[in-house]
Design a protein around this ligand. Structure first.
Ligand SMILES: [Ca+2]
Length: 290
């Protein structure tokens, strides 16, 4: 009967096979892959918020803030603040300033079917998002009267601009760049963490954003979505309100006269001006987290 068991190669056969260079190379590669499987597939490190450099807030001053404002959008133009507040049936936009000059404070209420969201000042007009109503309001910045509206799809959360385009959040890790003339989307960037980006503020190539229902604001490189820094504002929330589910941190407004960031929250009776971390941000641009 013929022997059907496989025969091991003899030493002489192996010497002949290994003297063949392509065959010997193949054996070497196979041995390396079997011996060092981790080297063949490098392990990826997942990014988390603790990887992002933390900057401590330095408070320069504090002032009263409307404790009835469920603040959504916030900007400062010179000495004047523009603020939007949400909730169906109670949504409004306000203009106010810290100087006792002749500019009157103005409040306009939105029709009850609209939930006001983020706002920004662009081309001398106020652009105001709504949450689920897919309507962008364009308001006169002096009277806050509606000039026109534009339609868009999906939810609106935060709004800012980079001098040429509007930038919008929708509660995801994405930011959308939009043409102000028709609100069409031109570009999207995504941050490398599962954040719910909300209120926004663009300052010199950096987009500052609240992470919804958290105490952090993040500095995002506007060219690519890489994260540069995080500021933990939990100490301010704890000293101004009794924590509950409603009075979360929200609201970032750049103050060009003092080079600072105003921050506040929903129903907070206080707003704070914190130092703008110019030097630290410039350093951190060299090592972004992408
Ligand atoms: Ca803002």
């Amino acid at each position: 009967m013929k022997n059907t068991f496989p025969q091991w190669p003899t030493i002489n056969t192996l010497i002949v096979l290994l003297s063949n260079k392509p065959f010997a190379l193949s054996v070497l590669v196979l041995l390396l892959v079997v011996t060092f499987p981790i080297a063949a597939e490098p392990k990826k490190t997942l990014l988390n918020r603790n990887n992002i450099p933390l900057i401590d807030p330095i408070v320069k001053q504090s002032k009263n803030h409307n404790p009835d404002s469920f603040i959504q959008g916030w900007i400062r133009d010179g000495e004047t603040f523009y603020e939007s507040s949400g909730i169906y049936g109670r949504s409004f936009v306000q203009r106010y300033n810290d100087k006792n000059n002749n500019q009157k404070n103005i409040t306009i209420n939105l029709p009850s079917r609209y939930f006001a969201e983020g706002l920004t000042l662009f081309n001398n007009m106020i652009y105001l998002l709504t949450w689920k109503e897919e309507t962008l309001f364009i308001l006169d910045k002096n009277t806050l009267k509606t000039i026109s509206t534009l339609a868009y799809s999906g939810e609106g959360w935060g709004l800012t601009h980079d001098g040429s385009q509007l930038i919008m959040s929708n509660g995801s890790a994405n930011l959308f760049f939009r043409d102000a003339s028709n609100f069409s989307m031109t570009r999207r960037i995504t941050v490398p963490l599962p954040l719910q980006l909300n209120e926004l503020e663009y300052v010199n190539g950096v987009i500052w954003a609240n992470d919804w229902n958290k105490d952090d604001i993040y500095a995002i490189d506007s060219t690519n979505g890489c994260l540069l820094a995080r500021i933990d504002l939990s100490s301010l929330r704890k000293q101004t309100v009794t924590p509950n589910s409603s009075n979360i941190l929200n609201g970032i407004a750049y103050d060009s006269t003092t080079d600072g960031l105003w921050v506040t929250g929903k129903y907070w009776p206080t707003r704070y001006l914190i130092e703008y971390p110019n030097n630290r941000i410039e350093q951190l641009k060299a090592s972004p987290h992408c």
